[in-house]
Design a protein around this ligand. Sequence first.
Ligand code: G6P
Ligand code: MN
Length: 441
Amino acid sequence: MGNKFVMVGGGSTQSPGILEVLRKRAKELNLSDLVLYDIDEERVSLLGQYTKMYYKELGSKVNVTYTTNVDEALKGADFLFMQIRPGLNKQRAIDEKICLNNGVVGQETCGLGGFSFAMRVIPAVLEIVKKVKEVCPKAWILNYTNPEAILSEAIYREFPDANVLCICDMPISIEGAIAKYFNKEHRDLTFKYFGLNHFGWWTNVYDENGFDLLPQLREDVLSGKIDTLLMSNDETVGDQYWVKTYKQMISLFKRFPEYFPNCYLQYYLTPDEMVAHDDVSFTRGDYVMQGREKRIYDECRRVISEGSAKDSSLHAGVHGNYIVDIAYAIIHNTRERFIVNKKNHGVISNFDPEAVVEIPAYIGSMGAETINIGEIPTFQKGLMEMQKAYEKMTVDAALSGSYQKALEAVMLNKTIPNYTVGKKVLDELYAANKGLWTELK
Ligand code: G6P
Ligand code: MN
């Protein structure tokens, strides 16, 4: 018997890259059954029909199906790759605009865009994890769903024993760019990293001989030799958002040269610069809808109407490979090193042991065994403590439906300057998300 993989949110625009990696690496994963599951009937049927044809015409033996029935999807599942987006990119763009119109960061995971996304997604994800515990309790859930920082806090709080790993492709993408800068392969370097999801730092980058390359990178940035890093991730090359983001990441490193920052820190350390450059009439959500979304579903329609996928091709990139690498590590007990989101439990010795943090870990058949970090400096610790309090209060708000808790969460978000702005953005987001958020009282 082979392994059954389920893509939860299988109709998503993030699915094709993963589907291509699964096809290419089916044998090494012992993958026999692949189910695309989604609540969006139209999208899952488009991607489902496409994938069936695409796999078949390329000679794949994997049995591909698609469904909107969760019980059918989960029955006998071994792995779930989860990436869902209640409200779709349409709601993402609405949230971004509300925030930007009030002069604060408008982004799907950082600032109040992340808060709003969390209010939509937490109940939906917890529902699925609960279902997995009933239907296929041995299955592994690898979660890419955003906002991962808040979601991982909710999942591990409600289901401390579940087989869930919460992951993000940003650290591996940035590490790939650093490796490329030094003309090295990612696997030859050892990265030391700590923080929260979309909120972390690299302290060291060791080469094969145990020599730390980070001081060299710091020197090259401080001396003005480089002002950006070339992307390792060809899914994002040429995308102006990412071009700007990589530049801003280097500019952050120049201003805070102690550790190398995750690029998402741009929204917390330089929110004014982000807001000033954002176009409220055409946000990232709009860009994704008009670009990736349109392209993918149009291509599915074309292939389905022509009855053949022979002129179609999918791209296997970092996003797809990272999640599959982790599944591979679990299946084959490789104990390879990755970065994951897990409860701290002393890894960062001077940080809340119960908080979920983003840290390195060895992954094998029993899951992730985290790697010691030790003490972190006051600057990063202070930032993380406030951010963690915000994340926890957001989970409290989503689970309790308390307006007061929601307001307190909002006030803990560093992108919010005061009560007037915080309450106004919260109320506008709530009104725009009627029926999508937990009801607040
Ligand atoms: C990176 C982050 C993800 C995020 C994605 C957004 O990969 O790690 O968490 O979802 O970027 O990409 P998009 O093209 O949707 O703006
Ligand atoms: Mn991410």
